[in-house]
Design a protein around this ligand. Structure first.
Ligand code: 5RP
Length: 211
């Protein structure tokens, strides 16, 4: 079993706030994500700023792109991101167009999607998916459970690198024991902690303990 990576999702309301967080945790985490909320607020500016600070790190633009895949991917790449996301309901041509322009493309799993679709993504060379508990689902009482773990395991068995995210904290990680998750993505669990750097270290230590 490979040790899962840790990704910080910067879902801040503005660049200044994101920079404050990233300066604290950037050296602790493996992947820096400019979250959807921040992309919608400030466009690609945060990607440029964070790339300038971390020239060697993986930087993901969480665009959850649904259309114009090639253009959006080119914009992400030009700004300094090497990874971006498309939403699972995007068409195969949108995914293919995006994939041509960016180093790594991930499919964000929300709502209704099928394993037949997942096989189509794999067939066009996309082998990374983000398994999500959406913020809104969590707010309406949804929790992580066996149903999620089963789907994650099936995706792993199909050959996907699975990123797990949505309201994760250090204690939730225990649920994934024995499952070869590729990376955990934490936003508020790190950024909104009293001490974000310590929170990121705690996540890392928990990952080391469990896996
Ligand atoms: C929302 C996202 C979030 O960035 C991701 O789920 C992490 O957020 P949190 O840990 O705060 O739930 O992609 O669409």
């Amino acid at each position: 079993m490979t040790k899962p990576k840790l990704q910080i999702a910067l879902d801040s309301q503005n660049l200044a706030e994101a920079l404050e967080t990233v300066r604290e945790v950037g050296d602790v985490v493996d992947i820096l994500e400019v979250g959807t909320v921040l992309c919608l607020q400030d466009g690609m500016e945060p990607v440029r700023a964070i790339r300038a600070l971390y020239p060697e790190k993986d930087i993901l633009a969480d665009t959850k792109c649904a259309d114009a895949g090639g253009t959006v991917a080119k914009n992400c790449k030009n700004a300094g991101a090497n990874i971006m996301t498309v939403i699972c309901c995007a068409t195969i041509p949108t995914m293919q167009a995006a994939k041509k322009e960016i180093d790594k493309l991930q499919v964000e799993l929300y709502g209704d999607w099928t394993f037949e679709q997942a096989q189509q993504w794999m067939d066009i060379g996309i082998d990374e998916v983000v398994y999500h508990q959406s913020r809104d689902a969590l707010l309406s009482g949804e929790t992580w459970g066996e149903k999620d773990l089963k789907k994650i395991q099936k995706l792993i068995d199909m050959g996907f690198k699975v990123y797990a995210t949505g309201g994760l904290d250090v204690n939730t990680l225990e649920l994934f024991k024995g499952i070869n998750v590729y990376a955990f993505i934490a936003g508020r669990g790190i950024a909104k902690a009293e001490n974000p750097k310590q929170a990121a270290i705690d996540f890392k230590e928990k990952i080391n303990e469990i896996f």
